[in-house]
Design a binder for this molecule. Structure first.
Ligand SMILES: CC(C)[C@H](C(=O)O)[C@@H](O)C(=O)O
Ligand code: SF4
Length: 473
C-alpha cells in the first residue's frame, strides 16, 4: 500500500466526487457558524427555499460583535443586527446556538474544542480564517467564504482543490519563558506571511510533541498568517487525554474505538511531503512584532530593524511604511518601546492555560499607571474556570480589567478598540493597520510577554522575570 501523509488520509476519507480537472467535492463533518459571515448565507437558503442539510453537524455562537462589558447592551446597530439575525436564523433553521446567555458562548475556535466538537480526522469549516486552530487535533480545518457557508449549510459538502503538503519540522525544545506563541511568530518571522500559500502544513518534531493541546491550538491558529490553507498536528495521547469526557466526544467503549481509529491517521513512516521546512526551537527567544504584518517580527533582545537591512526593494519599502505607521525609529531596542494598552485574549491566546501563564507573571505585581490592560477569556467556560482558580483576583488586584468572553480587542468590531496612536501589546494574531482601531499600533506577543509589558510599561524580556509566589486558589 502506498504511504500517505495525514492530510492525504483525511482528504481521501472525505472526497465524495472527483471529476477530471475539477475541484473535488468533499464531505464536511462539522460546520461552525458565527454572526459576521453567516447572515447572507442563511438568507440565501431562505430565498431558495432550502433547509440546513445537517443541523446536527452545525453549531453557532456569537463572538466578534459581543461587548465584553455589559454584553446584553449592544449599542452599535450593525453588531446588534448581526447578533439578532444569528439568533433568528438558528431558531428558524434548527441550528444549535450558544447564545449570549449561554455558558458556552465564546470565540468560535475556543468553543468548538472545549465542547469536544473538534475531533481528529474530521473536516471542519467555518466562515472564519482562524478555523485552522482546530487542526491542532489532527482535523482538516479551514476558513471558507460566505457563499461557501451557504453551500455547506445547504449540502454539507464543499468544492475544494487539494492543497499540497508541507512539513514544518520543529527541532529541539522550547526554553523556559519561550511559548507556543513565540514559536509560531518565530516561524512566520523567518519564512514570511505567504510561505505556505497553497499548502496544508503538518507541524512535526520534538517541540510539537511536547506542547499541550492548547499550545498546539496557538500554533495551528496562526497557520493562516503564514498563508497556509490549514495546519495539522498528528493526534497522540495529549490529544486523546484532552478529548476524553468532553460533551460531544464518544464515551466509554466508543471512545476507545474512536481512539483506535484516530491513531491510524498519522503520517505513515516513509510518506513524502511536497515540501519540508525546519525550525530550531532551542535557540528561539521571546518574540515581538514591530510592523504591520505578523511576519514583521523579531526577538525581544533585538532592535527595531533598519529598512535598509532587508534584501529586496519590496521588503525595504514595506518595512519603511510599517515603521512610519508604527511610529518607530530603526535601532531602538525593542525593550524601550512603551505601551499604552495590553490585550490578553482571542482565539490565539484566550484559553485557560494562557490565562494561567499570564497570571503567573502578574501575581504580586501592579500594572504600570500609564497602561490600560484587559484580560478577556476566550469563552464563558474559560471565564468560570479561571474564576474557580482565583486567576481573576490575581488580575484585578494587579490592575487588569477582567472581562466577559468575546473576540474583544483582537479586531475592532466591538467596543474594545484602541484610540488613534495608541500602542498595544496584544496576544492576538494580526497586527494589520487599524486592526485594533483606526490608527492603533499592535505588537503581537505571548501572554507572558504581554503581562510583563503591562507591568513594566514597556516591552520586557520575560525570561528575566522574577516569578513571585504563585498559588492556585
Ligand atoms: C470576521 C472574520 C471573517 C475574520 C476572519 O475570517 O478571520 C476575523 O475573525 C479575523 O480574525 O479577521
Ligand atoms: S478572536 Fe480574533 S482571530 Fe479569533 S475569530 Fe475572533 S476576531 Fe478572528
Amino acid at each position: 500500500m502506498s504511504k500517505k501523509t495525514m492530510f492525504q488520509k483525511i482528504w481521501d476519507n472525505h472526497v465524495i466526487n472527483q471529476e477530471e480537472g475539477k475541484p473535488s467535492v468533499i464531505y464536511i463533518d462539522l460546520h461552525l457558524v458565527h454572526e459576521v459571515t453567516s447572515p447572507q448565507a442563511f438568507e440565501g437558503l431562505r430565498l431558495s427555499g432550502r433547509k440546513v442539510r445537517r443541523p446536527d453537524l452545525t453549531f453557532a455562537t456569537m463572538d466578534h460583535n459581543v461587548p465584553t462589558k455589559d454584553r446584553f447592551n449592544i449599542t452599535d446597530p450593525i453588531s446588534k443586527q448581526q447578533i439578532d439575525t444569528l439568533s433568528q436564523n438558528c431558531r428558524d433553521f434548527g441550528v444549535t446556538l450558544f447564545d449570549l446567555d449561554s455558558l458556552d458562548q465564546g470565540v468560535v475556535h475556543v468553543m468548538g474544542p472545549e465542547l469536544g466538537l473538534t475531533h481528529p480526522g474530521k473536516t471542519i469549516v467555518c466562515g472564519d480564517s482562524h478555523t485552522s486552530t482546530h487542526g491542532a487535533f489532527g482535523a482538516l480545518a479551514f476558513g471558507i467564504g460566505t457563499s461557501e457557508v451557504e453551500h455547506v449549510l445547504a449540502t454539507q459538502t464543499l468544492q475544494q482543490s487539494r492543497a499540497k503538503s508541507l512539513e514544518v519540522r520543529i527541532n529541539g525544545k522550547l526554553k523556559p519563558g519561550v511559548t507556543a506563541k513565540d514559536l509560531i511568530l518565530g516561524v512566520i518571522a523567518k519564512y514570511g506571511t505567504d510561505f505556505a500559500t497553497g499548502y496544508v502544513i503538518e507541524y512535526t518534531g520534538e517541540a510539537i510533541r511536547g506542547l499541550s493541546m492548547e499550545e498546539r491550538m496557538t500554533v495551528c491558529n496562526m497557520s493562516i498568517e503564514g498563508g497556509a490553507r490549514a495546519g495539522l498536528i498528528a493526534p497522540d495521547e495529549t490529544t486523546f487525554n484532552y478529548l476524553r469526557g468532553r460533551e460531544y466526544v464518544p464515551q466509554g467503549a466508543d471512545f476507545d474505538t474512536a481512539v483506535a481509529e484516530w491513531s491510524k491517521l498519522v503520517t505513515d513512516e516513509g510518506a513524502t511531503y511536497d515540501w519540508v521546512l525546519e525550525f530550531d526551537a532551542d535557540s528561539l527567544i521571546p518574540q515581538v512584532t514591530w510592523g504591520t504584518s505578523p511576519g514583521m517580527g523579531t526577538s525581544i533582545t533585538s532592535l527595531v530593524p533598519d529598512p535598509q537591512s532587508f534584501e529586496t526593494e519590496n521588503e525595504r519599502k514595506a518595512a519603511e511604511k510599517a515603521l512610519e505607521y508604527m511610529d518607530l525609529t530603526p535601532g531602538t531596542p525593542m525593550t524601550e518601546l512603551k505601551v499604552d494598552y495590553v490585550f490578553i485574549g482571542s482565539c490565539t491566546n484566550g484559553r485557560i492555560e494562557d490565562l494561567r501563564a499570564a497570571a503567573a507573571i502578574a501575581q504580586g505585581y501592579t500594572v504600570d499607571p500609564s497602561v490600560t490592560a484587559i484580560v478577556v477569556p476566550g469563552s464563558g467556560r474559560v471565564k468560570i474556570q479561571a474564576e474557580k482558580e482565583g486567576l481573576d483576583k490575581i488580575f484585578t488586584e494587579a490592575g487588569f480589567e477582567w472581562r466577559d468572553a468575546g473576540c474583544s480587542m483582537c479586531l475592532a468590531m466591538n467596543p474594545d478598540v484602541l484610540q488613534p496612536g495608541q500602542r498595544c501589546a496584544s496576544t492576538s494574531n494580526r497586527n494589520f493597520e487599524g486592526r485594533q482601531g483606526r490608527g492603533g499600533r499592535t505588537h503581537l506577543v505571548s501572554p507572558a510577554m504581554a503581562v510583563a509589558a503591562a507591568i513594566k510599561g514597556h516591552f520586557y524580556d520575560v525570561r528575566d522575570w522574577e516569578i513571585k509566589e504563585y498559588q492556585q486558589a
